[in-house]
Design a protein around this ligand. Structure first.
Ligand SMILES: Cc1cc2nc3c(=O)[nH]c(=O)nc-3n(C[C@H](O)[C@H](O)[C@H](O)COP(=O)(O)OP(=O)(O)OC[C@H]3O[C@@H](n4cnc5c(N)ncnc54)[C@H](O)[C@@H]3O)c2cc1C
Length: 454
């Protein structure tokens, strides 16, 4: 059997690896429009600031493909799929390449919001970042044009990570966010505020509630942007990181159903027999993931599906996001805002604490003792506990230990001071604080120990 994969990103490559792990003999061929073996996109911003080289980004070199008996065709753009004849056509070539099973792993492209001049000025002062070529283009533009200030449209994870590297190139940098807070999909408003302070401390300016309507162009050069509310911000360069658009153009006219992404069922089958989709290009239950954990999970499912093994079912991926800016520890996992989603009432529990002195914010969401999600800002200790227990039943005492939030019990009257429901940690209460019930002083309280119920 011959399996053809279009796309050499994380979804394509891990699909190939998982197939090989399950079947030593099946023929696997990957086609990719990029000239590089598999590299990580996560570190692309560091290519701009020259902290890393292209070589540093490459994850699997030639020998990995050889060892796994995976044939790769670099720099080969597929421009047609022919489901009827079970073949694909490469741009500039006439002979079809036949497959028994086809996996589409074509990823996505940065979305460009409807901003006047954005498309027209692409590559001429307006840039997006998706691949090595884009990073080199941005780096060269900064150097050749002697750019001094840049505007980053998009205050999501990628926008902020990009802004930090642009700042590290010694450019005056401003992040422009449409929503009234940073990381609207990963944080609640309290934590967003703390993050904003931290980013501003790094010398990056932030403009919130800012819907960009126009890139200002004077004499053919980018000079800034106009915001809908009348604000004008100056910048010689505009970088847009405002979400993704799945690459669906290959399947558009081939009778394969698409919506925003390529539609798939639980087995990641498209609506055409023997054609599957995986990664950023797919849509499942009205959702597009656009994150690596989803690609990795889907690649396991698709490997089983194409080989007709014990068919695993895809149910969606729990979002797990970490902001990768040195000096900021921030993780957001799963459901962190049940109130906003209308989940309130019996069984829901939020353990939350802000250590304003240390600028730490921890929020844990539980439903009937199942850990549904968390935000951890300014600390790393609880990260692995939360990561390993999401969607699992947790022991409350064990959880409190992991997140360093305790109940303190008054030795005189048994009154409980619960750090998860009070604004201050017990240690930060004033020295003359008294038990609200019996008036005992702080020393009368003891910390609830894990393993004991009081
Ligand atoms: C700067 C940046 C930072 C990121 N950081 C994170 C992070 O920290 N954590 C996280 O979870 N996610 C992150 N992401 C998102 C993550 O990289 C994507 O979710 C992931 O790369 C998607 O993998 P994929 O294989 O589906 O698609 P892609 O990685 O986009 O790969 C698609 C492949 O298909 C090829 N292709 C497309 N069309 C054709 C065609 N017609 N013919 C041949 N080949 C074709 C492309 O060349 C490419 O090789 C980041 C993304 C970027 C851009």
């Amino acid at each position: 059997m011959k399996i053809v994969i279009i796309g050499n990103g994380v979804a394509g490559i891990f699909s190939a690896q998982n197939i090989r792990n399950l079947d030593k003999d099946v023929q696997i061929e990957i086609f990719t429009s990029e000239p590089y073996p598999y590299y990580t996109r996560v570190k692309l911003p560091e290519l701009i600031s020259e902290k890393l080289s292209i070589d540093d980004l490459i994850v699997f070199k030639k020998d990995w493909y050889e060892k796994n008996k995976i044939i790769t065709h670099l720099d080969k753009n597929v421009n047609k799929i022919d489901p009827k004849n079970k073949s694909i056509i490469i741009e500039g070539e006439n002979d079809p390449i036949f497959y028994d099973k086809l996996i589409i792993a074509t990823g996505s492209m940065p979305a460009i919001p409807p901003i006047k001049n954005a498309k027209e000025m692409q590559g001429k002062g307006v840039f997006t970042l998706r691949n090595i070529e884009n990073a080199l283009e941005i780096r060269d533009y900064i150097k050749k044009k002697g750019i001094k200030n840049a505007l980053v449209i998009g205050g999501g994870l990628l926008g902020l990570e990009l802004a930090k590297q642009i700042k590290d190139c010694n450019l005056e940098t401003t992040v422009v966010e449409f929503f009234p807070r940073l990381l609207p999909r990963q944080l609640d408003s309290s934590c967003s505020g703390l993050l904003k302070d931290k980013i501003e401390e790094m010398g990056i300016k932030i403009e919130l509630d800012a819907a960009t309507e126009e890139i200002i162009v004077i004499d053919g050069f980018v000079k800034g942007i106009k915001i809908k509310d009348g604000r004008e911000l100056q910048g010689e360069m505009v970088l847009i990181q405002a979400g993704i658009t799945p690459n669906v153009h290959l399947v558009k006219d081939e009778g394969i159903d698409i919506n925003r992404g390529i539609l798939v069922n639980h087995f990641l089958e498209t609506t055409k027999k023997d054609i599957y989709a995986v990664g950023d290009c797919l849509e499942f239950k009205n959702q597009i993931w656009g994150i690596i954990p989803a690609c990795i999970e889907q690649s396991k499912i698709v490997a089983n599906s194409v080989l007709g093994k014990n068919r695993l079912k895809y149910e969606g991926t729990i979002p797990k996001n970490t902001l990768k800016i040195i000096g900021i520890d921030l993780t957001s996992i799963g459901l962190f805002d049940p109130e906003d989603k209308g989940f309130v009432g019996v069984g829901w529990q939020i353990l939350k604490n802000i250590d304003s002195k240390k600028k730490c914010y921890k929020k844990i969401v539980l439903k009937d003792n199942i850990l549904k999600g968390a935000i951890l800002f300014g600390e790393n200790e609880a990260k692995s506990y939360v990561n390993n227990h999401v969607e699992m039943e947790v022991d409350e005492l064990e959880l409190r230990k992991a997140i360093n939030l305790y109940k303190w019990i008054c030795g005189a009257c048994g009154t409980i001071y619960d750090e998860t429901v009070n604004e201050l940690l017990f240690k930060n209460l004033p020295e003359d604080w008294k038990c609200p019930n019996c008036g005992s002083n702080k020393e009368a309280f003891r910390k609830q120990i894990v393993g004991s119920k009081n």
